[in-house]
Design a protein around this ligand. Sequence first.
Ligand SMILES: Nc1ncnc2c1ncn2[C@@H]1O[C@H](COP(=O)(O)OP(=O)(O)O)[C@@H](O)[C@H]1O
Ligand SMILES: [Mg+2]
Length: 179
Amino acid sequence: MVDDVIKVKDLVKVYGDLRAVDTITFDVEKGEVFAFLGPNGAGKTTTLEMIETLRTPTSGSIEILGMDVHKGRAEILKRIGILPQDFSSFDRLTIEETIRYYGDLFSTDCDIEKLIKLVNLEEHRKQLYMNLSGGLKQRVGIAVSLVNNPEIVFLDEPTTGLDPRARHDVWDVISGLRA
Ligand SMILES: Nc1ncnc2c1ncn2[C@@H]1O[C@H](COP(=O)(O)OP(=O)(O)O)[C@@H](O)[C@H]1O
Ligand SMILES: [Mg+2]
C-alpha cells in the first residue's frame, strides 16, 4: 500500500477576482522529495501555506499525516517544519545561537549539535547571521525548520537567489534529510 503523507484534492484558492490556485490534485508519498516549479505568482506559496494550515482554502480538501487540515491544525503544526519564503533571522546571533533560540521556542528536546551537522555548518557555527552568504543563511533556515524534529518539512524557495554552488549545497542537504 502506498503511504501518502499529503493528499490534496481539487484544491482552489480565490483572492477577490483572482483564481490563484485552480483545482489541483496531487499526493505526496512518505520519503519523497516533492517540488513545485512555476513562475512568480503561479500559486506555489499559496498552495504550500494552505497545506501548512496557515491559509484557508476556498474549496477542495487537504489531508496531511492522515488528518484533515481544518480539524487537525494544532497537532499538524507540532509535526511539520516550515522554512518560509524570504526567511531571515537576527543579525547579531551566531548560527549556534540562532538554532538554540528557535529550538527553545518550539521544542523541548532539540539536538542542536545534530542539526548543525545535518546542514554542514560545523565550521561556521560561531559566525554572526548578518555575515553569512545567502547559501549559509538558507542552511540555517533549514536547520531552524527542523528544531521540532518534524515528520514533513516544507521549504519555500530554498535556493532562490543562490549561486550554482550554493544551490547544490542546499540540494545536498535536502538529499541528506531524506536519507
Ligand atoms: N493574500 C493575498 N491576497 C491577494 N492576492 C494574493 C495574496 N497572496 C497571493 N496573492 C496573489 O496570488 C497569486 C499567487 O501568489 P503566490 O502563491 O505567492 O505565488 P508564488 O509563490 O508561486 O509566486 C499572485 O498573483 C499573488 O499576487
Ligand atoms: Mg512564493
